[in-house]
Design a protein around this ligand. Structure first.
Ligand SMILES: [Zn+2]
Length: 433
């Protein structure tokens, strides 16, 4: 089985792709002008911010970047497209020949192209209404080769892509939209405009079953474009698959050829790589870390802030605990810090404790009080009993947190109290070597 995707990503610009109309959500047909309404004689002007955003995506997907890109008119008639053509890219696409890694596999990216979204048709009983606010808003279309061969791979592809976009700062709160091309045998069937991974998977399952059944019955599978019906969870024929010739692509002469050199773009921070780096030398798997930071970009900053005071495992555990019981959208550092302290001291962190912490009450952590002599004795004993850990610390000072935790936790001590007495002792050892 071969699956190829054409994924549409809305770019987070302030204005539309070819005019200065606002992208802010507003009353229907309030953010419009002659350019995005397709009036005769209106001339498009390219939005630089949209190109830079698309450039970041093409680069993150390892595409080669066209030094000079150009646009074409994809000619067809539909009520959402009054000028009778959509401005898009083909040979002149901003990026091509890239890939996205899912596990050990590379899914090749044929093309990353910039295009405009048409207007939005709203069906209302027997009426169809048109909202032109969406007309001319910038999209990036990511076209893959048919390298995906299972439902799981499709899920991983979309997951990885979302993560890349997220870490590029391309805000994709909306669900991803895609055309899903599925061939169980030779013939390719395209399911158009599927929104969200759930529907993508359901349409895929339906098509596999339908095409397999047809092959079993000796029927010919038509090369066609189908639509996905969310309610019926099935696909239906929309039209015969059109060929590129039928669209009559022609060069968009209102826009010139654009040089891309010298344009700025964001470099992505890959969640997976960040997670690997964070998990190095700890007992937490990089997968666990990446799952947490992929869900919520704030948690990465939070982990980095608390890393000096706590072990990674405790922080992750604290974040998971908060996600389960916390009520604030963004967990304050103060709250997470207290949760982690409770965890470090072997305490349970029930919902009530988190509610208390959120309302500003102190964490009910009781620490043992030791005299300085008792504390030094304890630390010296630990240091003498764990020469490998101390040697490791001399090479990698970061491991000090592990030592602090090991002393503090079983003795019910505050990690800061331990750190205050431990550091001079370690420094003395380092000097004597
Ligand atoms: Zn406009």
């Amino acid at each position: 089985m071969k699956i190829g995707l054409e994924v549409h990503v809305a770019l987070p610009t302030k204005t539309k792709l070819f005019c200065s109309c606002s992208m802010e959500a507003a009353e229907p047909n309030s953010c419009i002008c002659p350019i995005c309404m397709g009036f005769p004689g209106s001339k498009p002007m390219l939005n630089k911010a949209a190109v830079e955003s698309a450039l970041g995506i093409a680069n993150a997907l390892h595409c080669s970047i066209k030094k000079e890109m150009s646009f074409v008119r994809k000619v067809y008639f539909y009520p959402d497209l009054p000028k009778s053509y959509q401005i898009t890219q083909m040979e002149g696409s901003i990026g091509s020949g890239g890939y996205l890694e899912i596990g050990d596999k590379r899914v090749r990216i044929r093309r990353v192209q910039i295009e405009e979204d048409p207007a939005q048709l709203i069906r209302d009983g027997a009426l169809t209404l048109i909202d032109f606010n969406r007309s001319g808003t910038p999209l990036v279309e990511i076209v893959t080769e048919p390298d995906i061969s299972s439902e799981e791979e499709m899920r991983s592809f979309i997951g990885s892509l979302r993560s890349i976009l997220y870490y590029l700062g391309v805000d994709i709160n909306k669900e991803i939209k895609a055309d899903v091309n599925i061939s169980v045998a030779e013939t390719r069937v395209e399911v158009k405009n599927v929104t969200g991974i759930k529907s993508m998977i359901e349409s895929l399952r339906f098509e596999i079953e339908r095409q397999t059944e047809a092959i079993r019955n000796g029927e010919e599978i038509a090369k066609e474009t189908r639509g996905y019906n969310e309610k019926a969870r099935s696909t239906q024929t929309l039209r015969e698959k059109e060929s590129d010739e039928e669209y009559g692509y022609i060069f968009e002469s209102d826009l010139t050829v654009f040089g891309t050199e010298g344009l700025k773009f964001n470099l992505p921070v890959y969640a997976n790589e960040v997670a690997k780096e964070l998990a190095k030398g700890t007992d937490v798997s990089s997968r666990t870390v990446s799952e947490i930071i992929m869900l919520d970009r704030d948690s990465l900053a939070q982990i980095n802030r608390l890393r000096g005071r706590h072990g990674l495992r405790s922080i992750i555990h604290g974040i998971e605990r908060y996600k389960k019981y916390g009520s604030m959208e963004r967990m304050p550092d103060r709250v997470l810090d207290s949760i982690v302290l409770l965890i470090d001291n072997g305490k349970e962190v029930p919902k009530e404790a988190i509610t208390d912490l959120e309302s500003g009450k102190d964490a009910k952590v009781e620490y043992s009080e030791l005299s300085e002599e008792q504390l030094d004795k304890l630390i010296n004993e630990y240091v003498a009993g764990n020469p490998e850990l101390i040697n490791e610390y001399m090479k990698q000072p970061k491991t000090v947190n592990f030592i602090i935790e090991n002393i503090a936790r079983p003795n019910g001590l505050h990690p800061k109290v331990v750190a205050r007495r431990l550091m001079p002792i370690l420094n003395r050892i380092a000097e004597s070597r």
